[in-house]
Design a protein around this ligand. Structure first.
Ligand SMILES: [Zn+2]
Length: 621
């Protein structure tokens, strides 16, 4: 009671207000700028309890009286190396304050009997605040990595503290930085992700002639994960089950690491494996992919096929690259069936579907999709082709590589080694009397000229191009020496595309909207309620809260007005004209509409640089 009178200066509804506010800040990953961590925290394990509160970011703003009071209520607890602080599904009764030592936060993957590490809590860190704040059991396991001194702050005291801004704001900062760190551990950094994709694709591009081996996974028998071959089979099955697009094997000085890319995000195994196991993995895959086991200094590629748990055949394309501590191996997984998405299921937005449907009716012209590597451009074009009549129309594709088998469509693979580049193959393809041609990518002047000629002489050409957005496609074409008149007459329309992760439907949860978020929705002209959604994290989504991916679109159609402006080559006016089309919706607004409809989150849209931070608010480093 005495304690309560000292720090509880707020009314009940104010308490709730702060709690919601804290939750919002935590979930948005945004921290207020005016408060910074104490940079001069002494890393001394012999601190008294009072000193701990003085230097811990979350408690440092409290008055010294309150800090002294708190010191009386905490219980000291020392964990030995390997000891579990709390487990998954455990209800927490207290906040765990790390005085000194290290606590690892991880999530257990049953199928593989391994842990994935998400974060490490070090001196002055606070654990369990999210659980106590949201009244949920822990979704992670916390285990001491070495001898760790902690202070346990009882739940009821924590709840009382939540009523003071001096505690709530700093706590939010530490929660926000934990979220950032989770994301870092999950490899959310966009740039490194793109690098990995490029590495995989480039080193695999010449694998067209490699023979295909088949891997028969052994029957489920003993669960001995110490047998490396069995463990590898489990890794492959798990990767397929979790819909991973790539498996990465990496050697370090003393260990071997396995990582998956799931929905564009890298996820690593918590416990690195022994290098010996890694050698077995790499050699086994090399045998399956008919690669040279003894060659370790030159890059190689190959492929094999295996059956996953559902009996579905999975194509695996393998590439190796010599790295400092051993070969880095990337296995790209391509599922054979069910990957062409029916056009009407491509997006939950009617306008996009109607636009793409109209496209299938054109007899001639050029349609372009802009976007970076891995933004799902080919998937969209496949859906469009799949919608067309394969019997009445002669459809041909020129691709590098052929990503999927399309029924009833002739697909030609580029093979530069034997002189079959885009322009060469296009020349052959045009002699085959096609109605519709998909050109994987327009990279050079020569291909572009052929594409224009084809699109003006009775062929519908669909292709992709690298450009920042749908409006920038026109200047990009001029850069490739296209004439403005060619573009104006042949271009049907342009689309720009990005992929974001979708909220996991198994753990989708509502939370209140912050005022900034509400303002963003309003600026996009969207009518929304008071809630938005996120994934709490569950077994199905490997605790990421996301499952599957969702395309974001921006598109416009060529018309007389745009044609006239194109002929003038006035970029500023062109941009204005396109943006003033009634059906034009900027990518950001499309993304926000997907957030408003509960398909994805603000966080997923932010990394693409689409959202400006509200003034006076910065993102945690
Ligand atoms: Zn989930």
């Amino acid at each position: 009671p005495q304690y309560r009178s000292k720090i509880l200066g707020l009314k009940e509804d104010d308490f709730e207000k702060y709690q919601n506010w804290a939750l919002n800040y935590y979930l948005s990953g945004i921290i207020p700028p005016e408060i910074k961590a104490q940079s001069s925290s002494p890393l001394d394990s012999s601190l008294t309890k009072e000193e701990f509160f003085q230097f811990s970011l979350s408690f440092s703003q409290l008055s010294s009286d309150v800090q002294k009071e708190l010191a009386l209520h905490v219980e000291e607890r020392i964990y030995t190396k390997g000891e579990i602080v709390f487990n998954e599904e455990e209800e927490l009764n207290s906040l765990v304050l790390v005085q000194s030592g290290e606590i690892e936060l991880s999530h257990y993957i049953k199928d593989l009997s391994v842990y994935f590490t998400l974060d490490k809590a070090l001196d002055f860190d606070v654990l369990g605040a999210e659980e106590l704040l949201c009244h949920v059991p822990s979704t992670l396991m916390a285990r001491a990595n070495k001898k760790t001194k902690t202070l346990l702050l009882p739940k009821n005291i924590f709840e009382e503290l939540m009523s003071t801004t001096d505690f709530v704001v700093p706590l939010c900062i530490s929660l926000a930085s934990r979220l950032q760190s989770f994301n870092k551990f999950r490899g959310k950094t966009i740039q490194s992700g793109e690098d990995d994709v490029v590495l995989g694709e480039e080193s695999m591009s010449s694998s067209g002639t490699t023979k295909v081996a088949t891997l028969n996974l052994p029957e489920e028998g003993g669960r001995d994960t110490k047998d490396p071959i069995r463990l590898l089979d489990k890794v492959l099955r798990l990767a397929s089950q979790k819909n991973a697009s790539d498996i990465h094997f990496e050697f370090f000085e003393k260990e071997f690491c396995v990582r998956f890319r799931v929905d564009g995000t890298m996820i690593s195994f918590q416990k690195p494996l022994e290098r010996e196991i890694g050698m077995t993995f790499v050699n086994r895959i090399k045998v399956l992919a008919q690669m040279d086991i003894s060659e370790r200094r030159r890059p190689q590629d190959g492929k094999f096929v295996f059956k996953d748990d559902s009996g579905e055949e999975v194509n695996a394309r393998v590439s190796t690259l010599p790295a400092r501590f051993g070969e880095k191996m990337v296995i790209r997984l391509l599922r054979k069936k069910g990957s062409v998405i029916p056009l009407n299921r491509l997006a939950p937005d009617k306008k996009v579907i109607q636009f793409l449907n109209r496209l299938t009716e054109y007899k001639q012209g050029l349609f372009l999709i802009a976007g970076p590597t891995g933004s799902g451009k080919t998937t969209t074009l496949y859906s469009v082709l799949n919608k067309m009549d394969h019997v009445e129309k002669n459809i041909l594709t020129v691709e590098d590589p052929v990503e999927l088998d399309l029924k009833g469509i002739n697909q030609v693979q580029i093979n530069r080694e034997i002189g079959l580049d885009y322009s060469q193959v296009l020349r052959y393809v045009l002699r085959q009397d096609p109605d519709v041609i998909l050109v994987g990518e327009i990279r050079d002047q020569e291909s572009l000229q052929m594409v224009f000629e084809a699109s003006l002489t009775g062929h519908l050409v669909l292709s992709t191009i690298h450009a920042a957005n749908s409006v920038d496609v026109f200047p990009r074409l001029l850069e490739l020496k296209a004439r403005a008149s060619q573009v104006a007459t042949s271009l049907i329309g342009v689309m720009s595309q990005r992929l974001v992760r979708g909220i996991c439907p198994h753990c989708k949860t509502a939370r209140p909207l912050s005022s900034e978020e509400l303002a963003l929705f309003e600026s996009a002209g969207l009518q929304v309620g008071t809630e938005t959604f996120y994934g709490k994290g569950c077994e199905a989504c490997l605790q990421t809260g996301y499952l599957g991916r969702l395309p974001l679109f921006e598109f416009w159609e060529n018309d007389e007005q745009i044609q006239t402006v194109m002929m003038k080559e006035d970029m500023e006016l062109l941009s204005q004209t396109i943006r003033s089309q009634p059906q034009f919706q900027p990518l950001l607004h499309y993304g926000l509409s997907m957030v408003a409809r509960g398909f994805t989150t603000f966080d997923e849209i932010r990394p693409y640089g689409l959202l400006r931070q509200p003034l006076g608010v910065r993102q945690a480093a």
